[in-house]
Design a protein around this ligand. Structure first.
Ligand code: PLP
Length: 385
């Protein structure tokens, strides 16, 4: 009866619908499901952060509207963390903007810079809000395929000149969801040069910088010389501190880009709950020990899964970062069918690669978000089918 707007109609279809339905049905039937599908930490938020929230919420000053631009103490804590972790100097006053989770910032950002019909350069497969945010802003995503032969990095030379002329932003996300690929300084330098030459804004999504293994430490895009002239970076406590439900993240980098996003947001929200902002300060200040334990936990799960899959002959290499394993489907079926098969025959939930974009076809994603014993059980089940 009510006609949806053209923008809403042109959003990519939600391909997980069938899987979701099958998942719910399987649960209702009481089957013993192992869910490797969701990118959401299974561990609780560390106790020291919860204690700070408990304390903060008792202060009535936290009950009122927060400032749109975030509390100064949170912005200062973010600046201190960036300096310590990446050696990047950020102005707490004007180069940092706290967000209600980084997803909303990522999705709102294109509203500040895209005009009707402008392109954004989007990796495919990718985290869905890159495409969604572009379309809601009236823009058009131009897909940059992430393929194994190029280390799941976009091949910038392949983007046609006529597209570049109408492009305003380029998204990069390393360590990457869903492929778990990482990028080095060489690639980032290439992106800085490319963006400068083509007058592009770089949007770097750094959600997984702290989830890394075997001594590998991801870079911030802002570490690269000249990056702050043209980039905004999104970060979040969601994955680092098991705080996905709390909704706290931030944008940082170029001052003009940060303040343009603040302008969009001042029209749509009124800041993060202050008690959560104060808990966020505590989270940032005390992350060290927690992050070490978290990485050790995922690394153990990763090793169990990779070893088991390789024993099955699946030929999967161990990711250096993120809690995802991106797996080429070992048979000639498509990713939706293969995922359904795993659910029907082994009670395993995995994410079909095509759900992240058409270049994700041929792959499935497994998340290391269940205990090691359940990963071993999943491997036993795979052996049987
Ligand atoms: C989980 C995730 C985020 C973080 O989202 P929040 O809104 O901060 O919870 C951002 N980017 C990617 C690629 C993610 O996977």
């Amino acid at each position: 009866m009510f006609k949806l707007s053209k923008k809403i109609q042109s959003l990519p279809p939600y391909l997980f619908l069938e899987i979701d339905k099958a998942k719910r049905k399987a649960r209702q039937e009481g089957r013993d499901i192992i869910d490797l599908g969701i990118g959401d930490p299974d561990q609780p938020t560390p106790a020291y952060i919860i204690e700070r929230l408990n304390q903060a919420v008792l202060d009535p000053a936290t009950h009122r509207y927060a400032l749109d631009q975030g509390m100064p103490v949170l912005r200062q804590a973010i600046a201190a963390w960036y300096k310590e972790r990446f050696g990047v100097i950020l102005g707490a006053e004007n180069e940092i903007l706290p967000l209600i989770g980084s997803k909303e910032g990522i999705a709102h950002f294109p509203l500040a810079f895209l005009n009707e019909g402008d392109y954004s350069l989007v990796p495919d497969p990718c985290y869905p809000p890159y495409k969604g945010g572009t379309i809601l802003a009236g823009g058009r995503p131009y897909l940059m395929p992430l393929v194994e032969s190029n280390g799941f990095l976009p091949d910038l030379k392949k983007i046609p000149q006529n597209i570049l002329k109408k492009s305003r932003v380029i998204y990069i996300n390393y360590p990457n969801n869903p492929t778990s690929a990482t990028a080095d300084a060489g690639f980032y330098k290439e992106v800085v040069d490319f963006a400068r030459k083509n007058k592009l804004i770089v949007i770097s999504d750094l959600a997984y910088s702290e989830m890394c293994y075997d001594g590998y430490r991801p870079l911030s895009f802002l570490e690269i010389e000249g990056a702050k002239d043209l980039a905004i970076e999104f970060h979040s406590l969601s994955k680092t501190c098991n705080m996905t439900g709390w909704r706290i993240g931030w944008a940082c980098g170029n001052q003009e880009l940060v303040s343009a996003l603040a302008k969009v947001k001042s029209n749509v929200d009124s800041g993060i709950f202050s008690a959560i902002q104060l808990a966020g300060v505590t989270a940032l200040e005390g992350q060290g020990e927690h992050v070490k334990r978290m990485c050790a936990l995922y690394q153990e799960r990763r090793d169990t899964l990779i070893k088991g899959l390789n024993l099955l002959g699946w030929n999967v290499s161990a990711p250096k970062a993120t809690f995802y394993v991106w797996i080429k489907i070992p048979s000639k079926t498509d990713s939706l069918k293969f995922s359904s098969l795993l659910l029907e025959k082994a009670n395993l939930i995995v994410t079909p690669g095509v759900g992240f974009g058409k270049y994700g076809e041929g792959y499935i994603r497994m998340a290391l978000t269940v205990p090691k014993e359940r990963i071993s059980e999943a491997l036993e089940r795979l052996k049987k089918i």
